[in-house]
Design a protein around this ligand. Structure first.
Ligand SMILES: CC(C)(COP(=O)(O)OP(=O)(O)OC[C@H]1O[C@@H](n2cnc3c(N)ncnc32)[C@H](O)[C@@H]1OP(=O)(O)O)[C@@H](O)C(=O)NCCC(=O)NCCS
Length: 195
């Protein structure tokens, strides 16, 4: 995937420094983890309860593998199995990173792919400028015929739900909470877009 210059229709995209979607670099991992941590504190991600050190380490490792997998043809070394791979992409304006997304791709037999946007974050200063939309559009634009892009949203992620609805995603099930004794299990809503 090459760097891509984009203009999001109707958004406040600067002509001098248009938004650029590109593969993430190692220094983006810290940006991403910081934003996911604050999003998790606002219960935008599953697990909603805690973003523990263990979860952070695992996520950092996935990001690092996705970065390395994208260069020098190392992708095959880092796939958990032959049908799965991760993409870690960022949105920049000039030298500044504004947002990032980690998505996994599942490849079914016959070549049909499901791209799951697992984490999508935009730094709070840059929200409502089309950055989140640009990231989702990026995955839609790269989807091959018959493939689907999906995302899971907690009940708290109203902004993300509106964003997805605006890009023709359909909600296949609503977010629910299931009390189980002292613990409550949260199931996110599932949003699917098919090419
Ligand atoms: C959700 C999030 C990714 C949206 O990113 P963003 O760059 O602000 O979104 P965009 O500017 O591309 O928004 C596109 C459209 O989505 C909708 N939208 C986005 N955020 C919204 C919000 N907070 N409230 C209402 N609508 C919202 C609007 O329709 C918006 O268009 P508009 O600005 O012309 O009204 C960002 O708020 C974020 O990082 N939140 C914390 C983490 C999170 O919730 N991630 C998603 C988990 S599933």
């Amino acid at each position: 995937m090459n760097a891509m210059l984009i203009n999001v229709p109707g958004h406040r995209t600067s002509r001098v420094h248009p938004l650029q979607i590109t593969r993430a670099a190692p220094w983006d991992i810290l940006f991403f983890l910081t934003e996911v941590e604050s999003g998790a504190a606002e219960r935008h991600f599953i697990p909603e309860i805690s973003f523990s050190q263990k979860v952070q380490n695992a996520l950092a490792l996935r990001c690092a593998k996705a970065i390395l997998g994208g260069v020098w043809g190392l992708g095959r070394l880092f796939k958990s199995d032959q049908f799965k791979s991760d993409q870690f992409v960022v949105v920049r304006r000039g030298n500044q990173t504004l947002g990032a997304a980690l998505a996994s791709t599942d490849c079914a037999e016959g070549g049909r792919k499901t791209v799951t946007i697992e984490y999508l974050v935009v730094e709070s200063r840059f929200r409502r400028q089309g950055v989140g939309e640009a990231l989702v559009r990026h995955f839609q634009a790269n989807a091959t015929d018959g493939s689907e892009v999906c995302a899971y949203c907690t009940a708290q992620s109203k902004g993300m739900q509106k964003l997805l609805r605006g890009l023709d995603f359909k909600c296949s099930n609503k977010a629910i909470s299931i009390p189980n004794g002292k613990i409550t299990h949260y199931l996110p809503s599932c949003w699917i877009w098919r090419r």
